[in-house]
Write a protein that binds this ligand. Structure first.
Ligand code: ATP
Ligand code: MG
Length: 577
């Protein structure tokens, strides 16, 4: 490809809403163009990078025996009603009526349609296992689309779905997909981790996320510095906390504690570590109709983790909540509870339909201080072991100063970008959609399912966040738009122009992905574009080239080498590995 003919509208102008370099450079380099909020066009360079990543993912998925297909993007809402997710998925699911008033959705994920296909065609265990995948458009009406391709509304996902006759077979495929993902992200040159994760709106019993560690990441992961334990903060566990000194030993009693509605004030009042204070966090659980109050009790120096809290509520309550909402002080007061003085005694009496959940670190704890459900009053000497049947669950956010649940090792918290997510779905969808097959004994069974997603377009952002410098895009070898750009320093010099073209043809013949910068622009402008676009190398055809000396610049690190003419092809081929 000649750069003079390539449609790559580069610009010096920094997009107004670009916070991340990946977003800024992809727009400035002419890879993508924004059409609307979270909506992007892929221009030829962006399309080329995307195609390389797609091809790499396809190669690995095919090698693991998964079969590629393309499922319809617009899906009748009736399928989502069958699985029960039409109401549950929330506002990210964009639905509309067609001309015959039939409701349809733009697919944010494809469990329902794939289950329908398998239900129609797979009747016997002999046809299992199966793994089908696609690399295709998804739409999620994200509340806050941002960071360019990182969190778009329309994006490309690789989604695979596997079907099995038993859980052992599903477990094996989950491990195989784990290996496939590791291979894909390694080949793409990413520094990634596989971490334990929450299964969210997709569901199922177990899931793992593949994350790229990066300061700009929207997620946090907790990583053990001693063993392999790593988990998204949404589910990260921790060892039981050690008890600090200064235990407030006291007999059970009510205490007048004026003006102590916060943990800080209460801690200062009693001169006691916040560890021994029991904090109440009130929320409203949003149900299909209306809301229900819920209170979470934690140690005073712990924070409620929202995903854990929602999961804990759904494990305990009769009706699942779609989400947990904040409760305003006036709403708390309306329940008859004193803001800042809420405690465990007599709660159910005051608010009969309240759900009460305690953090697992409080299990049977004593020497606690908690609100007395009366303004300016607290109880001291609280011993939770004296209560019967308390609901203890893991609801507190794991902190870097906590210890590893597996080995007691030190933990650290890191920002991360989720690039892939694999799930054991079990029979969640096969049951709700009544998808069955006949087992060896001729009995009807529900399929065991797994699903496996990769954010293909998000990968472009993640690669740039990992590699780029302040000058522009730096891609990994496998994702760079071209392996080399041959830069003719001065195309008006006909000898240089001819030499550049000749080398360009040679490189093409050697099947090296090459771009020829044959534009009449200044050399400085050409180098700036090389740095902005991020071809893996630039081969400079300058004055010394006529004497057989060529300068080869590697985009990663911008290191320079002089090489002889007969080593150009070999050097570039070797640079692939
Ligand atoms: P997130 O937590 O980032 O919203 P998710 O957990 O909802 O993502 P999954 O349902 O696991 O996403 O989808 C599989 C993959 O699709 C994710 O691992 C991610 O890489 C990608 N992805 C999800 N949402 C988006 C988006 N809005 N833009 C780009 N890629 C996305
Ligand atoms: Mg996910």
């Amino acid at each position: 490809m000649r750069l003079s003919q390539l449609f790559a509208p580069t610009t010096k102008e920094v997009p107004k809403d670009a916070v991340l370099k990946s977003h800024q450079f992809m727009v400035q380099g002419g890879f993508i163009q924004q059409m609307g909020s979270g909506l992007y066009h892929f221009l030829p360079l962006g399309h080329k990078v995307l195609s390389k990543i797609r091809a790499m993912i396809k190669e690995v998925m095919d090698s693991y025996g998964a079969q590629e297909c393309t499922l319809g993007f617009v899906v009748p809402a009736s399928l989502w009603q069958q699985s029960g997710r039409f109401e549950q998925y929330g506002k990210e699911l964009l639905s509309f009526l067609d001309r015959k008033d039939n409701p349809c959705v733009l697919s944010p994920t494809h469990e329902e349609p794939i289950t329908q296909i398998i239900k129609a065609h797979v009747k016997s265990y002999k046809q299992l296992p199966l793994n089908l995948y696609q690399i295709h458009t998804k739409f999620r009406d994200e509340i806050r689309p941002r960071f360019g391709l990182m969190r778009a509304r329309e994006f490309v996902m690789k989604d695979a779905y596997s079907f099995h006759a038993n859980t052992e077979c599903l477990d094996r495929e989950f491990e195989r997909m784990h290996a496939a993902y590791s291979e894909i992200f390694t080949k793409l040159g990413l520094d990634f981790r596989a971490v334990e994760a929450d299964s969210g709106a997709i569901g199922g019993s177990k899931s793992k996320e593949f994350v790229v560690l990066a300061e700009c990441g929207e997620d946090s992961v907790i990583v053990c510095q001693n063993c392999s334990y790593a988990a998204n903060i949404e589910i990260a566990k921790r060892a039981k906390r050690p008890e600090p000194d200064n235990v407030p030993k006291a007999s059970f009693a009510k205490f007048y504690t004026p003006n102590t509605p916060t943990i800080e004030k209460l801690s200062a009042f009693f001169k006691v570590p916040a560890y021994f204070l029991m904090k109440a966090v009130l929320k409203k659980a949003r149900l299909s109709k209306g809301t229900r109050p819920v209170v979470f009790f934690l140690r005073g120096d712990d924070q409620l983790e929202d995903t854990k809290a929602l999961n804990a509520f759904n494990k305990s309550a009769l009706e699942n909540a779609l989400e947990l909402e904040e409760m305003s002080p006036s709403e708390v007061t309306a329940l008859g509870l004193p803001v800042g003085y809420i405690g465990a005694y007599g709660l159910k009496h005051l608010v009969p339909d309240i759900e009460v959940i305690f953090d697992v670190d409080l299990q049977d704890a004593d020497c606690l201080i908690c609100g007395a459900n009366e303004a300016d009053q607290h109880f001291v000497g609280v011993d939770l072991a004296t209560f019967a049947d308390l609901n203890y669950q893991d609801i507190a956010k794991t902190r870097p100063q906590d210890r590893c649940v597996e080995c007691q090792g030190a933990l650290s918290e890191k920002r991360s970008i989720e690039v892939g997510h694999i799930f054991k779905l079990g029979d969640k969808y096969s049951k709700s959609m009544e998808a069955t097959y006949l087992d060896k004994e001729g009995r009807l069974q529900h399929f065991e399912m797994g699903c496996y997603g990769i954010g293909v377009t998000r990968l472009m952002s993640a690669i740039l966040e990992q590699y780029s410098d302040e000058k522009g895009c730096v891609w990994s070898k496998a994702s760079a738009p071209f392996e080399v750009v041959v830069v003719v320093a001065n195309p008006k010099d006909s000898a240089l122009e001819a030499l550049g073209t000749q080398i360009y043809e040679e490189l093409k013949k050697a099947e090296i992905d090459v771009l020829l910068d044959d534009r009449a622009d200044r050399f400085g402008a050409k180098m700036a574009d090389f740095e902005l676009i991020g071809c893996s190398h630039a081969l400079i055809i300058g004055k010394q080239a006529l004497e057989g000396q060529f300068e080869l610049i590697t985009r990663q690190g911008l290191s320079k080498h002089t090489i002889a003419r007969d080593l150009i092809v070999q050097t570039l081929l070797e640079a692939r590995t």
